[in-house]
Design a protein around this ligand. Structure first.
Ligand code: MF3
Ligand code: CO
Ligand code: CO
Length: 248
């Protein structure tokens, strides 16, 4: 899992400089496919439940599962790029939201909030803690900024399969107050924060794209985590990526 996380993180390092105005999301997807194959690995999303591409690219009011297409990123957009690599059967899963040039204050703020929520949640984790520790850190932070936390899509256990138990909601619920994060477990934390209401709608035509119901923007960051006896270890973080405390 450490190796899968490291490979996935290196892929994000490879993509980061290219996520700029003028590139199409398909071109980003092509880079994901090429790089992953060149390294001898497999993009997990390609063919996953018939998903057609090697990554997800979710722009502005798209919360998650945006399908790369011929749309050209433009100044003012925010785009989440979510990549998952299978390395010798093990999965690494992470995403970042990118600001394209100068963006509105609201888009910058919701991006900052999603990033801060991820790190607040990670900071709160300790060996054997309840899964609800994550939601208890995230919800007050999002609400204090006037933002909301998506409920329909959650983090997940990670390993030889893409999506495993336990479910990792970014808000506390009954099951997350029972489930615990024991040393040896791998899972994702991937808060989706909406500038407006938390409510979502799924695209009827492509069956994948999830948007905010009110059309306001949404941002997300994701890392793959290993719980150790010493606390959480971030498997997908690299030196080149945004570090804890990063200001957008
Ligand atoms: N990478 C997403 C996650 O963090 C899942 C994408 S599944 C797909 O769990 F089929 F939409 F690609
Ligand atoms: Co992901
Ligand atoms: Co995930």
């Amino acid at each position: 899992m450490r190796r899968a996380g490291r490979v996935n993180g290196q892929l994000m390092d490879h993509l980061r400089p290219h996520v700029i105005a003028g590139i199409t999301t398909s071109e980003i997807d092509d880079m994901v496919y090429q790089w992953t194959n060149d390294q001898g690995h497999t993009p997990a999303t390609l063919g996953y439940q018939n998903y057609p591409k090697s990554c997800c690219t979710s722009i502005n009011d798209v919360i998650c599962h945006g399908i790369p297409d011929n749309y050209k990123l433009q100044e003012g957009d925010i785009v989440n790029v979510d990549i998952t690599t299978i390395v010798d059967g093990w999965h690494g899963d992470q995403s970042e939201t990118f600001l394209i040039g100068q963006v509105s204050k609201q888009r910058r703020d919701v991006t900052q909030c999603a990033f801060d929520c991820l790190y607040l949640a990670l900071d709160a984790l300790s060996p054997g803690c309840k899964v609800s520790t994550i939601g208890e850190a995230i919800v007050p932070e999002a609400h204090s900024k006037g933002f909301s936390v998506v409920r329909e899509y959650v983090g997940h256990g990670l390993g030889k399969q893409f999506h495993l138990d336990p479910s990792i909601p970014h808000f506390p619920n009954r099951q997350s107050r029972i489930d615990r994060l024991e040393p040896g477990m791998c899972f994702t934390v991937e808060p989706m924060i909406n500038a407006g209401t938390r409510y979502t709608k799924s695209d009827k035509h492509d069956g994948w794209t999830v948007r905010t119901r009110d059309g306001y923007s949404s941002a997300q960051f994701e890392h793959s985590i290993l719980m150790t006896d010493q606390g959480p270890e971030i498997l997908t973080k690299t030196e080149l990526g945004p570090q804890a405390g990063h200001q957008f």
